[in-house]
Unconditional design. Structure first.
Length: 282
């Protein structure tokens, strides 16, 4: 497995694979790899001949006061996981390699980046779309793989790729969960044992929504109220938002109909957690 730290190295690796007729898959990550990332790699290997995993803690998607400095960077463990899952190459650049000079050019997707996480994280998605556009241009994948846990990111990236006519397919893979339902996340390691137990209430609230919808409920305000009541069972948890939106436009829907995204962001201590489920209401 190649570990490339420069753009030139990874481009040479990809170019050689292309001359051998191989299809190219990219799994973009910020490292601290876990079972969710491993599932993306497995899907990528099933779809593509040559899989590249990027490991880059992207500073442009962190806002002031967020966890950029303490974000985990266990590179050696990440490389072990990649080797174990048959990754062909890892692209692990430094910030200076990705941003060698003052950034004057940004990729911005409008409207889709303002609701949900965009309300509390202004500038976050501009950093995400810009770094993803750079990675797509550097690696040139046929297919890039993302997780459903970051649902708003997935919607934004898909729209960017469509609007810019970028020559690749975006595949969104299911959220990987712990036995109690908590979505696997690199930030889960910030939780102390009590917070970790409390965090399971987030998925329970999402499942409450699913149960209500399956029983015929369609009033968004009533459903959200019951979801919030579920979250309130854990006093230490602070809900940032509980939203039910159109799965494509991310606009609120009421009454519920069609494909909807049910999304939660919540804080346990200093840790911010997000989760969601998708429902197809016919």
């Amino acid at each position: 497995m190649l570990v490339a730290e420069t753009i030139g190295e990874i481009r040479r690796n990809v170019r050689q694979a292309r001359t051998e007729g191989k299809t190219m898959g990219l799994v973009p990550t910020m490292g601290a790899l876990h079972a969710g990332h491993a599932s993306l790699v497995e899907v990528a290997r099933a779809r593509c001949d040559h899989v590249v995993v990027s490991i880059f803690v992207n500073p442009t998607q962190f806002g002031p006061g967020e966890d950029l400095e303490k974000y985990p960077r266990p590179l050696e463990k990440d490389l072990e996981l990649c080797r174990a899952h048959g990754v062909a190459a890892v692209f692990a650049p430094t910030p200076a390699e990705m941003y060698p000079r003052e950034k004057l050019t940004w990729v911005t997707v409008e409207k889709l980046t303002t609701p949900l996480c965009g309300r509390s994280r202004p500038g976050h998605f501009r950093g995400v779309t810009t770094v993803c556009a750079k990675l797509f241009n550097i690696v040139g994948p046929d297919v890039a793989f993302f997780g459903q846990k970051d649902a708003q990111q997935a919607v934004v990236i898909r729209r960017m790729v469509a609007d810019l006519n970028l020559p690749l397919e975006i595949v969104i893979c299911p959220t990987v969960r712990e036995p109690d339902g908590l979505a696997v996340s690199s930030r889960n390691q910030y939780l102390n044992p009590q917070q970790r137990r409390d965090a399971a209430i987030i998925y329970q609230s999402l499942e409450k929504c699913r149960t209500l919808v399956e029983a015929g409920a369609r009033d968004a305000d009533e459903i959200r109220a019951q979801m919030q009541a579920t979250l309130a069972q854990v006093p230490a948890l602070e809900a940032e938002y509980v939203e039910i939106v159109d799965a494509e436009t991310l606009r609120p829907v009421d009454p519920l109909a069609g494909k909807v995204l049910v999304a939660i962001a919540a804080h346990l201590g200093a840790t911010r957690l997000i989760d969601n489920i998708s429902l197809d209401i016919r």
